[in-house]
Design a protein around this ligand. Structure first.
Ligand SMILES: Cc1ncc(COP(=O)(O)O)c(C=O)c1O
Length: 441
């Protein structure tokens, strides 16, 4: 007999503390099998807002920004908006001192609409359109990260005096990550190639351009990078390049942006990213290399996206049907295409009731007309999982909302912020009118 069975009135005081690996750090389980996040039960949120729904723990997001800022206090922390972007989130991050990496005119407008000053915005993307570049030059103070000669041509035609830019280079550091998210190797579609001499040519052109001011260099070695040694290698390499630029062009660039990509644990088996070790090794490598080349140390910029928001998110689905060992839920690849895109794996749990059935490996499939619409294979769940049950999926805060679609004309789920026992809708559920709005007949 458990202590809660002996003393049922104490049950609510004895919430199981979660292994913090994949769930938000405010999460705990109660005696009814509910998950409490940000002081609210997920079953109650599912009843109030419907399923699927995505819940975002504000405290977890803020805490993560503070951890990064404490690890490298002199660095600028530019949150990568591609991971998740909405006005409420932008305001939390801005309050915590973050700036923002945006990837399109749309992302730029959203961040501006949330009240962010242009001087806290970096404009990225490997294929910026003229409209993206125009939006960037019309945003006073915004810095543009150049990715190609074509972009440079366009920018020279539209930029006013003093337009600050960084040049993105491909450092040829293998970050040992999934092919679709490795960006720092030669032949990747990102940045200027060093060996082909493109990076030096880009630097030369920017330095000679009357309206452009070269602030520094940028690189991003990939996403889900666990090895701090890859970042250390990138820093060493990039400082060498800064020294080279000083040698050839006589300028000391004041900024070095080393991108994002810090690993997140989606399941307990995956390694944790060593943020302190990363900060130490990057700081030491930066100062060592700068001393070696007698260069003033540039200010670092970091661009974490996933590692700020992933763990703050939990998605709640309702089970629609069970066919043999396949559980079909009321969402799927339209709200989470990551398993289909990258083979992503997640931690899931039954929500809202305690089951005494054995734990068995089940397939969790989505509702869409694709056999690849599978959210998880061999997911350990109770053998009596049945229609009507709720399932919680951990670590769904990053690259879910931005990658969502309306496949099968299904409205995208809401994004709910939770904090200290209160919930707020950040993004509402899409309804039929939203889905019909673009169809002009
Ligand atoms: C230039 C750049 N910066 C930052 C990021 C953010 O990466 P992550 O969300 O893995 O931290 C990306 C992701 O693709 C990127 O391309």
């Amino acid at each position: 007999m458990t202590i809660t069975e002996i003393l049922p009135s104490l049950g609510h005081l004895l919430h199981e503390r979660f292994d913090g690996a994949c769930w938000p750090s405010t999460a705990s389980a109660d005696e009814h099998g509910d998950l409490i996040v940000g002081g609210l039960g997920l079953t109650g949120l599912a009843a109030r807002y419907g399923t699927p729904c995505l819940v975002l723990d504000e405290a977890q997001v803020r805490a993560r920004v503070r951890e990064f800022r404490a690890a490298l206090p002199d660095a600028e922390l530019a949150y990568a908006g591609k991971a998740l972007l909405c006005k409420g989130l932008v305001r939390w991050l801005a309050e915590e001192g973050a700036s923002f990496d945006v990837c399109s005119a749309g992302e730029l407008h959203l961040v501006r609409a949330a009240g962010v000053d242009g001087s806290r915005i970096l404009v990225h993307d490997n294929g910026k359109t003229k409209e993206d570049l125009k939006a960037a030059v019309h945003c006073p103070g915004a810095r543009i990260v150049l990715d190609s000669f074509e972009e440079l041509d366009t920018l020279e035609g539209i930029a006013g005096p003093g337009q600050q830019v960084l040049v993105r280079v491909t450092p040829d550091v293998d970050a040992h990550t999934h092919r679709s998210i490795a960006t720092g190797v030669r032949g990747a579609k990102f940045g200027f190639d060093l060996r082909a001499g493109e990076a030096a040519e880009a630097v030369d052109r920017v330095l000679r351009s009357p309206n452009l001011e070269l602030l520094g260099l940028h690189c991003h070695i990939g996403s889900q990078v666990s090895g701090v040694d890859s970042y250390e290698a990138a820093v060493r390499f990039m400082v060498g390049l800064l020294a080279d630029i000083r040698e050839r062009f006589g300028v000391c660039l004041p900024v070095l942006d080393i991108g994002g990509g810090f690993r997140v644990r989606y399941t307990e088996e995956e390694p944790e990213f060593d943020l302190t070790g990363f900060a130490d090794r990057v700081r030491i490598a930066l100062h060592y290399e700068c001393d070696r080349f007698q260069l003033p140390a540039p200010r670092l910029i970091l661009e974490p996206g996933r590692s700020i928001v992933a763990r703050a998110g939990v998605t709640v689905y309702r089970v629609l049907a069970v066919k043999g060992s396949t559980v079909i839920v009321d969402g799927g690849m339209s709200d989470n295409p990551r398993p289909a895109l990258y083979g992503a794996r997640y931690r899931m749990r039954l929500l809202g009731r305690r089951s005494s059935a054995a734990t068995v490996p089940l397939t969790v499939a989505g509702r869409h007309c694709e056999s690849g619409d599978v959210l998880g294979e061999a997911v350990p769940l109770p053998a009596d999982t049945r229609a009507g049950d709720l399932l919680a999926v951990a670590c769904t805060g990053a690259y879910h909302v931005p990658l969502q679609s309306n496949y099968n004309l299904i409205g995208r789920p809401p994004l709910l912020a939770v904090r200290d026992g209160a919930a707020r809708v950040l993004l509402r559920r899409e309804g039929e009118r939203d889905l019909m709005a673009r169809d002009l007949g």
